[in-house]
Design a protein around this ligand. Structure first.
Ligand code: ADP
Ligand code: MG
Length: 293
């Protein structure tokens, strides 16, 4: 394409709500054949809400919520925000946390009222030689089977309860993914969240291929493996966790509603934060580079 056509293409992109980093990006946009979609905040709204609290025998649900939320207050994760909002609505002010630790893709730990609290995936419990069993284990399983995310809460050597948060699929995701398929792209859902929740969301939006339970550093590897098999990969993401994978992709696409880290690592930004922007960008690139040669 002529430089002029490319400039017109990028200008047209801006009108469509797709910010293109440079005219050369249109070429990789035209060539992509695989589109990796982050789940939380990309396919779903990422605005989670606290929907359930299940406690172990003899535990108080307000305490379980209070101590977990006090630790989560130091985290910016959508799960943390849901727990903190749920707690402040029900309990008011939260106690302070000391010695906060964020374990990306797993959860958080900290000291609250001299209790050593952990909140996160069951794998965190293993570090303390604890495990989830009985009613808490079945509550955890049924939450995840229903596309929800369950957070295990423990302190001082005992599992105290499970908090359940729910996300929502964006109303535009299923139709936009169908349109991406019609453009010949192969969609893959990528998430740090659990397999069952990921499968259930994938079913709702029409994706067959799922990579779940992937830690932030593993997201880059998913992209490089696809590339090694010959795919030209676009990745759409919103989180700090996604930045390295977005940079590795042949075409990094950030949600405009996402973090600065994701936007900086990407070639395209979807201002409206919905997947129709990706459809528009690919159509535009094909039109710009297809008709004018
Ligand atoms: P995603 O790829 O969907 O954005 P992450 O990689 O950020 O998810 O997190 C993966 C999983 O780790 C979450 O689904 C959750 O189970 C757990 N997790 C991460 N951060 C937290 C937190 N602050 N509190 C509790 N659990 C967390
Ligand atoms: Mg995300």
């Amino acid at each position: 394409a002529t430089p002029m056509a490319l400039l017109v293409g990028t200008g047209r992109g801006a009108q469509l709500g797709v910010l293109i980093k440079g005219p050369e990006v249109l070429e990789s946009t035209r060539r992509v054949d695989t589109i990796v979609l982050d789940k939380t905040g990309t396919v779903t709204t990422g605005r989670m809400t606290l929907v359930d609290i299940i406690v172990a025998d003899g535990e108080d649900s307000s305490d379980v919520l209070r101590y977990a939320a006090a630790v989560e207050e130091a985290s910016e994760h959508p799960i943390a925000q849901a727990i903190v909002r749920g707690a402040t609505e029900r309990l008011g002010d939260l106690p302070a946390v000391a010695d906060f630790r964020n374990l990306p893709g797993r959860g958080v730990t900290g000291i609250v009222d001299s209790r050593a609290v952990i909140a996160g995936r069951p794998s965190l419990l293993e570090d303390w030689a604890l495990r989830l069993d009985g009613e808490l284990a079945s509550a955890f399983d049924s939450a995840e089977a229903n596309a929800r995310t369950a957070v295990v809460v423990a302190w001082d050597g005992r599992v105290r309860g499970v908090l359940v948060v729910a996300d929502q699929v964006k109303p535009t995701s299923a139709d936009a993914i169908a349109a991406l398929r019609e453009l010949g792209l192969r969609p893959v859902l990528l998430t740090g969240d659990n397999e069952r929740a990921a499968r259930s969301i994938a079913g709702v939006v029409g994706i067959d291929e799922v990579r779940a339970g992937v830690l932030p550093e593993g997201k880059v590897e998913v992209i490089t493996v696809l590339q090694a098999r010959g795919a030209v990969v676009a990745m759409v993401g919103d989180g700090v966790n996604d930045a390295a994978a977005l940079a590795q992709s042949d075409l990094g696409i950030a949600m405009g509603t996402g973090t600065d880290a994701a936007i900086e690592a990407s070639d395209l930004t979807l201002v409206r934060g919905d997947l129709w922007g990706a459809v528009d960008a690919i159509r535009l690139a094909r039109r710009t580079l297809g008709t004018i040669r």
